[in-house]
Design a protein around this ligand. Sequence first.
Ligand SMILES: Nc1ncnc2c1ncn2[C@@H]1O[C@H](COP(=O)(O)OP(=O)(O)O)[C@@H](O)[C@H]1O
Ligand SMILES: CC(=O)N[C@@H](CCC(=O)OP(=O)(O)O)C(=O)O
Length: 282
Amino acid sequence: MNRDWIATARTLSEALPYLQRFTGAIVVVKFGGNAMGDDEAMADFARDIVLMRQVGVNPVVVHGGGPMINSMLDKLGIQSKFVRGKRVTDKATVEVVEMVLAGLVNKRIVQAINDEGGRAVGICGKDDDLMVCEADDPELGFVGKPVEMNVQVIRDLYNAGIIPVIAPVGTGVNDNETFNVNGDTAAGAIAGALQADRLLLLTDVPGVKNKDGEVLTEMTSEQVRALIADGTIAGGMIPKTETALDAIEKGVRGVVILDGRAPNAALLELYTEHGAGSLIRG
Ligand SMILES: Nc1ncnc2c1ncn2[C@@H]1O[C@H](COP(=O)(O)OP(=O)(O)O)[C@@H](O)[C@H]1O
Ligand SMILES: CC(=O)N[C@@H](CCC(=O)OP(=O)(O)O)C(=O)O
């Protein structure tokens, strides 16, 4: 018999304890703009999500799209800068952010999942008042900090067999406000409110690296705080690791930062003994 088939059957058989462990689990997957790649990479991601759903997990996708916002802002001649990993967002910018995230990027992911045979429905933090925000910091303009989460809509969707795909655009406490929420922050707030079993943060590096550039496979909250304090964790990795700490404090059982460009990254993490990326636990 073909050796590859035998190896495939063995891999499936070895996955049994993991399949059992994650049946019924709530797994929030943050899909970062840098992890999205081309159509083939998008289809691979979508297939992994559909497979998770097929084997009894409740996947909840929260996405970013920073590079896609950058390219639209460029086309429109609008400048933007980042402070501590977050985009300074004025009125014109927040309109572009909503258009790109809740529109183009959200629907691209929804379509990719549906093309793989799943049932995805795309929403943003405004739908059913899912994510109510306040201004994070006056210096950042319309950047939102989630202050109230109404996650019943997410439960209603996954209980109906649907995969929710969520854009990190929030509503405000006052009427007619729109906030740009960092994708990691939104994913952490959603995972915390759902008391998720896992939060997977898919990005463009294999994990959190130490001073020597080596990936740390397991970390405690304390170790993460030390790496932020001494500057080893910088740029976009700051909101990501802060999100991890916050989510764990809110009751998420484990947060994994991993390379979304690696084939089948999420499946490797959930269903093999090797795992992938950096696992952060209390
Ligand atoms: N200690 C670190 N370990 C790994 N990546 C780091 C670290 N410090 C800073 N980074 C940077 O953080 C980036 C990931 O954040 P970001 O670009 O915002 O990703 P995403 O768009 O996927 O949310 C990496 O590409 C890397 O350049
Ligand atoms: C406040 C803030 O910075 N919001 C982000 C939202 C998108 C995002 O987080 O995208 P990635 O996950 O691809 O980085 C932004 O404007 O770029």
